[in-house]
Ligand binder design. Structure first.
Ligand code: ADP
Ligand code: MG
Length: 701
């Protein structure tokens, strides 16, 4: 039977092949079903037009109608911005744009009337609107959709240009709902709907798209979130149970010669209590005969590498090979060196494999690996390629997990008949709700203690006017023998511009710190790997005083003598990135500093981020704030993992529903582990739909 909801979106009246192509490419909407479940992200009551005088809060949205005057640009280059005065008969308020200035300037006309819509912000004790929605008032042309309470759909520039702005999408939704409404099936079991007083699916969908009044929005959204989160929780718990019961693991019974030799003769310092505890936890997993899937969380500098190495030695002592996968070449290289140095003359063979390993070298490396001669293989993505074959891989460490997806982990599994134990290490503290969902299928170990003698990094936020003092401070530090990082943002869309910015910064620093008294290095993503490596090495060896770079050094680089981290245009970095960068210093016994440089004019969010960084070095607090400010989409590679493309739930805000549905899911699976009871058939169907696009997760038989 043809399923109405599976109809290709191109057949919907008003769509056609061109728009269908765009909808699928831009929003992942292929079928009726996808559109129906594409929800507004907020609602506005556009029946009301406020007066400028009424703008008295920065936590509400306002719609104003008025005229524009006094359009002007200020600032230079990077800090350039556009302002305009917006007035009605009660007052005047400023509008500000930092981007798209040329376009906006052309669009604005003093002759016309406009409606603006947005949330005001506060600047110098006055309200203004930064990047408001703005629309020309054309007399006689009223709202097309007709609803006063309007759902706002997120859309893209390309879609907008094809008439599919938020309004356009709403129009399609109306058409679609008219067709499918009578056929919308219920997707949750009756006992759950009744037990939790949820709206039925049909009511929920109608009201989420076209709420008749405000009081219907929340129940509709709650129902949809509840279902979405219940299914995700079911999926994760199901998978966890599967891993625990079904997946056999290599048995590492003994702590052997290498481990003991290392512990007694090569350990450069006492292990911290936390390191000891975690090694014990890992060791326990390795003795169960089940595959270990463990997440090792430990803030930057907490000493995860050592834990990884000692766990690998256990595997080696039991006759297995091990692999350590890092997200970048620089990091892989660094792990390679650190580990080789720590092992010293021990009879453990370590090899390095990255994208730039030469063909001849690669060949002999492959052969040694296949023959079982290599004990530890360190590398980048290169080591999951099919050509890389082990004799007997037993244990894999993945460093800085947030750069890798679930799919890549799955490929590692296939490197042996019995999948290797997997230890995933991440330096980014993970907020509780996120941990429950993103990593819910992993067991968690935490290193919650830094090695002794570390002083917390002191953080300050400065603007350009303090530049001279900063340079003086850098000279002082260099005189004391310390080294300095200067980091510039590099964001893909404006790569060339950023690169120019970086080069200018580099040249300015070289002018201030000339040869032969000073050595300055530069590293960025566009350099050849061997050049990068050369520069990194000079810095790591203490030859260069200053390392100017982009965020290529963000993750994992370890130079304990570096005591100053200067972050340029710090307002453009996300919180967890800033935290990572700051973690590059404060690794030695000396006092370290993190200097956040920014322009004078900052968005509210930018300012807030910098404030948080100045206030705290607590990674968990920063992670929670990050989650609150950005939403989970961009954090910890949840996007790459493809695991949490939530349609409506929000990990930052829906903590309660997450915990609640997590418990409910536990209860359901306890009673019915296979979801085979009649009353749970709908849940099973929902779960199947959820994993359809995620074959790596499709463990449900
Ligand atoms: P991360 O957890 O960020 O990967 P690393 O493993 O790079 O941290 O360790 C950070 C620094 O701390 C390294 O220089 C390492 O040698 C040092 N270190 C690790 N464990 C200890 C310890 N128990 N005592 C003192 N220093 C330690
Ligand atoms: Mg590390």
């Amino acid at each position: 039977m043809h399923n109405l909801f599976e109809t290709e979106i191109t057949y919907l009246k008003g769509v056609g092949p061109k728009k269908a192509g765009l909808l699928s490419k831009e929003l992942g909407i292929y079928k009726y079903y996808d559109l129906l479940h594409y929800y507004p992200f907020r609602y506005v009551d556009k029946s009301k037009i406020h007066k400028v005088r009424e703008v008295v809060s920065d936590s509400a949205y306002f719609q104003l109608k008025g005229r524009i005057s006094n359009i002007r640009t200020s600032g230079e280059k990077r800090t350039k911005y556009l302002t305009a005065d917006f007035s009605d008969n009660t007052g005047t308020i400023q509008l500000v744009w930092f981007r798209g200035i040329t376009w906006i300037k052309k669009y604005l006309s003093m002759e016309k009337e406009y409606k603006i819509f947005g949330k005001p912000s506060v600047f110098q004790n006055r309200y203004n609107f930064v990047h408001p929605e703005i629309e020309e008032v054309v007399p006689g042309q009223e709202d097309v959709v007709g609803e006063r309470l309007e759902g706002i759909y997120s859309t893209t520039e390309k879609l907008k240009n094809s008439g599919l702005g938020s309004r356009g999408i709403a129009r399609l939704m109306k058409t679609l709902l008219n067709i499918v409404e009578p056929y919308i099936p219920e997707t949750l079991p009756e006992y759950i709907i009744n037990g939790h007083k949820l709206l039925g699916m049909k009511q929920a969908l109608i009201n989420v798209h076209f709420p008749a009044n405000v009081s219907l929005i929340e129940p509709a959204r709650y129902r949809l979130k509840f279902e979405e989160l219940l299914l995700v929780n079911l999926q994760i718990l199901y998978e966890k149970a599967y891993l625990k019961e079904k997946v056999k693991g290599h048995l590492f019974e003994n702590v052997g010669e290498n481990f003991l030799n290392f512990y007694n003769n090569h350990l450069p310092f006492e292990l911290t209590g936390a390191q000891k505890r975690v090694i014990k936890e890992i060791r326990k997993d390795m003795k169960t005969g089940r595959q270990m899937n463990r997440l090792l969380q430990g803030d930057v500098g907490s000493g995860k590498t050592l834990v990884a190495l000692m766990s690998m030695l256990i595997a080696i002592d039991n006759g297995y090979q091990t692999a350590l996968m890092a997200p970048t070449e620089i990091l892989a290289m660094q792990h390679y060196k650190t580990i080789k140095k720590m092992l010293g003359d021990m009879p453990v063979k370590v090899a390095l494999l990255t994208g730039s390993t030469k063909a001849a070298q690669r060949k002999s490396l492959h052969a040694e690996l296949k023959a079982g001669e290599t004990h530890i293989l360190i590398g980048t993505h290169a080591l999951i390629e099919d050509a890389v074959q082990f004799n007997n891989l037993g244990f894999v460490v993945i460093d800085e997990q947030h750069r890798f997806g679930v799919a890549q982990r799955a490929r590692l599994w296939k490197k042996n008949v019995i999948p290797p134990h997997v230890l995933v290490m991440t330096a980014t503290p993970i907020p509780r709700t996120l941990a429950m969902t993103v990593y819910g299928n992993l067991d968690v170990s935490k290193i919650d203690e830094l090695p002794p003698g570390r002083k917390p990094v002191k953080t300050v936020h400065l603007t350009e006017s303090k530049r001279l003092q900063v340079i003086g401070f850098m000279r002082d530090q260099i005189k004391k023998g310390r080294q300095i990082y200067v980091v510039y943002p590099l964001i893909e869309e404006s790569e060339n511009f950023d690169l120019k910015n970086l080069m200018e910064g580099y040249e300015a620093i070289v002018r201030e710190f000339p040869l032969p008294d000073y050595q300055v290095s530069i590293v960025h993503g566009k350099m050849k790997p061997e050049d990068k490596e050369y520069e990194m090495k000079r810095f790591a060896d203490g030859i260069t005083n200053i390392m100017v770079s982009t965020t290529v050094i963000e993750v994992g680089v370890d130079v304990p003598n570096a005591s100053v981290m200067i972050i340029e245009n710090a307002e453009r970095f996300g919180l967890s990135q800033l935290h990572q960068l700051r973690g590059r210093v404060g690794r030695g016994a000396e006092q370290s500093w993190c200097i956040l440089m920014s322009g004078y004019k900052l968005s509210n969010e930018g300012r807030k981020r910098l404030e948080i960084m100045v206030q705290t070095t607590d990674g968990f607090r920063i992670a929670e704030e990050d989650l609150k400010m950005r939403g989970p989409g961009d954090i910890h590679g949840t996007r790459q993992s493809g695991l949490l493309d939530f349609k409506i739930a929000n990990l930052a805000r829906d903590g309660e529903i997450i915990s609640y549905t997590n418990k409910l899911a536990e209860k359901i699976l306890e009673e019915d582990p296979k979801l085979s009871l009649d009353k749970n058939l709908l849940l099973k169907a929902g779960l199947e739909r959820l994993i359809k696009d995620k074959p790596d997760w499709a463990k449900i038989s």
